[in-house]
Design a protein around this ligand. Sequence first.
Ligand code: AMP
Ligand code: MG
Length: 392
Amino acid sequence: MISVEEARAHLFSLVSAIPPETVPLSEAAGRVLAQDVTAGRDQPPFAASAMDGYAVKAAEVELHAMFKVIGEAAAGRGFEGKVGAGQAVRIFTGAPVPSGADFVVIQEDIDRREDLITISADPGGRSNIRPAGVDFRSGDTVAAPRLLSPEDVALLAAMNIADVPVTRKPIVALISTGDELVMPGETPGPDQIIASNTFGLKALLERAGAHVRMLPIARDTVASLKTAFELAGGADLVITIGGASVGDHDLVASVSAELGMERSFYKVRMRPGKPLMAGRMGNAAMVGLPGNPVSAMVCGYIFVLPMVRAMLGLPKTSPAPQTARLGKDLTENGPREHYMRAIFRDGEICALSDQDSSLLSVLARANALLIRQPGDPARMAGETVRYIALPD
Ligand code: AMP
Ligand code: MG
């Protein structure tokens, strides 16, 4: 059995960044920038007024000074002429500052009578002008890789980048296995339950930027599992759920081996999630997740998410643990690294009382995974522990 860190290193070695594609800017949010992009213009492209007011010469600005208004500069429609001594141009936010002027007196500080204005209140020392290129300059870049936020998209738009090179979404095929499973909305037989893991994992991985194909549930037969693997053709990452242990009905290991899976490891010193397997299968990476719902989701966070991020071209990093003060005593940990479902609140973390790996209601209540090292001794309230936050 290998450690969580070793498992993650193996998983990273199974994947690499997927080639880029180009998407319209309006679809770029949440995607990963695959190549540096460069502004082809300055922003603002000209010295622009930051306020509504009057553009004048700074040297002439003083209380009670008078000017003659000779024209107007609006956003999108500048003033062609030149501002001379004793002259002013009515100006609005975003308008180019006319030549000759280097100060905008805000309209609140002005008295106007027809074409004559007087500075009626102290205009202060700020020119109210945004210099050309103050936001960014032609040649400035946004560096890849970068998960594009809404703010980034706004910046790219301002840079006039209409088509954005992003990593193609990794295609992830999800295969639930088990005779006991039916899809949500169906009527289960008396011995059946509803497949839940595929839905949780789909949501998790799509939020991370994957394109998820949910395949039909594979029954616990060799033929059904083979069919499911065939349907997964074309995926970058194939994930099975369940059937990964060594019971009579656990066929994932044998069937994937028969189909040519080169196994990289099997079993991780981890709780929940021990029966995890992974390898390469044709052109895809393959991960066999345990079936217990909490195990599958926790392994999704700890292992599959980092793989998806690596496929997106983001750095191969582990989820970064944070530290918190323990709010409730913990007994000694067993021989496996334990990811305990926990609640973090007001700087304090408490493990939930029932840690059975089948309890989705407990996982849904948790907002953190409290990490215990193998053999970690009993811990008292007040000690510092590590945890990973589960996003809202
Ligand atoms: P297995 O690894 O196939 O032995 O499954 C372990 C446990 O997880 C069993 O109780 C299964 O019923 C349950 N299980 C397996 N796959 C799923 C799934 N997709 N959704 C919900 N429960 C599952
Ligand atoms: Mg099963």
